[in-house]
Ligand binder design. Sequence first.
Ligand code: 3HC
Length: 565
Amino acid sequence: MARELSEVGVVGLGTMGAGIAEVFARAGLSVTAVDVDDAAVQRGRGHVEKSTGRAVSRGRLDPADRDAIVSRIRFTTSMDDLAQAELVVEAVPERVDLKAAVLSALDRICPPDTILATNTSSLSVTELSVTTGRPGKVIGMHFFNPAPVMKLVEVVRTVGTEPAVVEDVEALAARLGKVGVTIGDRAGFIANALLFGYLNHAVAMVEDRYASREDVDAAMRLGAGLPMGPLALLDLIGLDTAHQILGTMYRQSRNRLHAPSPLIEQLVTAGLLGRKAGRGFYTYADRHSAEVVADAQTPVAGAAAAGARPVRSVGVLAVAGPKADADRLDALVPAAASAGLPVARVLAEPGTGPEGWTGPVAGLANADLVLVAGTDDPAVFAALGGLVQDGAVLAATSSGRPVVEHAAASGRPADVVGLHLAGPGSALRVAEVVAGLLTDPGAAATVHAFCARVELPAVTAPDRAGRIVDALLFPYLNDAVRMLEARYATADDIDAAMVSGCGYPMGPFELLDLVGLDVALAVERQLYAEVREPGLAPAPLLEHLVTAGHLGRRAGRGFRDSRAR
Ligand code: 3HC
């Protein structure tokens, strides 16, 4: 039977500590909240008042309940006030010396059965536990930012944590209304280990000037359905924290993809730590605000469409091929028609030329913009290049090959653009517009202008495997498979962690089953083949499941019913 804890403490009242104190107080626990000096304590109190005040102003919390919550927290600068606590969470900055000092002080002050929990996001809980005289009572309790909102708590047990302590903390997490996932002590635990490789990769994309920060963020919000873009999320987390977490993950994994991007390092050195500093990747209205002020380098809306060619009619060449490609393109046809653009839709069997195509081929030949779906065969562009009128733009919507290959095959390379339609299922949420090495900027602008006309948000993406969305999403899915393969956590726990810790619309295994394991494997092979980065090599478990015919939802078998293996 788990103990019912009622007297708890929090040490360190930054964003996380103050949020954790609020979570405890909301659940009716009596909280002692400690920081080093009056200024820090006042800041902590300010966090709680602001957060609960916001809930009141949104009609989510009664003013009387807000007062009761705040009054359940005793703010103090004295650690000795924790002498009665049954559990204390330390949430001081992510430095092993600081955390060890706090835990040793707590070890002296608190009764022997007090549980000492650390909210560390990357340090070894085991290493911290042995700095106390009670390693069996030390455990990780990892909350997610903003703590009052995100439902996940990772309960991290070391090899020495007593089972009863794990049980007490699991029960506490449930009482807080959180989703508790219990795991062993490994750098990044579940959620950070899967999140930070992705965040680091997004920074590298911006740093290498493959895409702008706005386009990366918009692509991931709209194309992958994430609540925030990766760069805005890094600003929320804090670049110093992110740097620390990546450093620890890299030291443990030696995976180059975890080595903190130089840009993160430079932002930290410059003190541009994100929202809390008023500036990180973006500039904020004030230190505590989520509101972004227009930065000097923010592109002017519509600038991407300057130099666009006129589009009076659209052609669609749908080659019998992947169903998702065809569905996506079909979703675009009514939008074009309602924007007053006549659409000539032609069907083709793979490997056939215009003489074998069915539908209004003459309409296709006279169109100003021709969208090609369902094929990665450059021969289709060779055929189209000889058919369409001068000045027409050819857009490749499949993404298996670089745009430049289609451009070279077409005989009119300046006119060929990539238009990848991204979004969950057949939904169209965002277009990734790709200019290849030989593409005329006016042709790319034509596609941007077309997207604006059919009211489809568009970003500019690089002519690289996976463009933005797939290049960032699939390595994360692959990392999740590797985590399952290493038996660190179950597919259910990994899915729950990403949904409740990071607000993802679904977990990686649910998404893999939905997308199709064979489709995921094909994308991952493409990403790996482009740069031969060992960290991108498809996980053997994914290869095996595909070989065994476990292709996901459409095959009736995927990760969901293959978990036992
Ligand atoms: N404190 C308290 N409540 C907050 C809050 C805060 N800082 N920020 C937002 N909220 C509440 C709002 O009051 C609102 O509540 P309501 O629906 O009851 O009115 C709700 O959250 C939604 O807020 P908004 O409408 O203002 O904004 P959004 O809908 O855009 O949501 C978000 C904001 C919850 C932050 C959402 O964008 C999100 O889920 N982002 C992903 C965050 C994430 O990934 N966190 C994990 C980071 S990793 C981590 O923390 C681990 C660490 O080790 C680094």
